[in-house]
Design a protein around this ligand. Sequence first.
Ligand SMILES: NC(=O)C1=CN([C@@H]2O[C@H](COP(=O)(O)OP(=O)(O)OC[C@H]3O[C@@H](n4cnc5c(N)ncnc54)[C@H](O)[C@@H]3O)[C@@H](O)[C@H]2O)C=CC1
Ligand SMILES: NCC(=O)COP(=O)(O)O
Length: 342
Amino acid sequence: MSDGLPLALTLGEPAGIGPDLSLAVWLKRRTLHLPPFYIVGDLDFLAERARLLKLDVPLKRVDPNEAASVFDRALPVVSLDAPVTARPGKPDDTSAPAAIASIRRAVADVLAGDAAAVVTNPIAKNVLYRADFADPGHTEFLARLAQEATGQAAMPVMLLWAPELAVVPVTIHIPLRNVIAELTTDLIVRTGRIVAHDMERRFGVARPRLAVAGLNPHAGEDGTIGDEDRDIVAPAVRQLQADGIDARGPLPADTLFHDRARALYDVALCMYHDQALIPIKTLAFDHGVNVTLGLPFVRTSPDHGTAFGLAGTGTANPASLIAALKLAARLTESAPALVPVQ
Ligand SMILES: NC(=O)C1=CN([C@@H]2O[C@H](COP(=O)(O)OP(=O)(O)OC[C@H]3O[C@@H](n4cnc5c(N)ncnc54)[C@H](O)[C@@H]3O)[C@@H](O)[C@H]2O)C=CC1
Ligand SMILES: NCC(=O)COP(=O)(O)O
């Protein structure tokens, strides 16, 4: 990992499974050779959750620069002045400030060079929205924080990655009825350029192959089942090709995700959230990782959400968080912790 720096892991929604998984994966640090990380959150709250789960996890309040050396014997906690009282499975609007402050601190640490990358635990979007969180999710919030800190505009792109499949939703958390209005040739082109750049730079794929899904059934069937594929998606593919990017499409989405089709591309660019996330969560829910491309730093996250029904039970599967920690370490190895925004 870059310069032996630890990963900064956010608290996420305190009533969700993020705290449980963070404690559980620390216990597996040696057997799984996990990269060192610290969690940004309320130490007393984490100690209480560990007691509830009967997990013997010593916690140590640290500054980020102490975290790597502490990690082997205790879970390092960068403590925030944002106490949490939420109980497992009972989301409580008062914990939104702590969830937000944790993300802010993790980003500040990585931008200050004190952490190698940001790994986020799941937040409950509706809880944050009620607290006037202005962004749809981490993806856009992280880009805003990066822009505020560096003065450089960042266009964040959501990638869901697993060894079996990588997908990008071009439009993300918007109502389905707004997708057509927001889907433009320019948006697809800008997204495709960032995907091609970051797949090469971060993931080490020499000439990434992009499969661009159509929006309509049968990719519009020559404009007879909707004209967006012909008028919006196809020109974007041509532009990406003119840029020298190996892009194909628009391809019918219903035949894009079976085994033989997946062997022909590195990333599928999908036109809306569920077109991208259904296939990857079907194939790789337990170990899929959410990665934000287009940022000047690495951010990964488990692919799942807060799973309120499992919080405090000790039954949530930690595999996706483990994959997120390992991928964050890998991505910071293959490129500097901070890369300029294109
Ligand atoms: N990166 C993030 O911050 C994300 C946040 N969310 C948020 O999570 C909340 C709940 O969303 P849902 O759609 O219900 O998705 P979810 O992923 O929390 O749960 C979907 C199903 O998968 C199960 N599940 C999830 N994680 C699991 C794990 N580690 N082990 C075993 N089973 C697991 C749950 O019990 C549930 O049956 C929402 O508020 C949403 O906004 C959802 C996805 C990502
Ligand atoms: N469906 C993916 C998701 O909700 C993650 O969003 P983000 O918080 O990473 O932007």
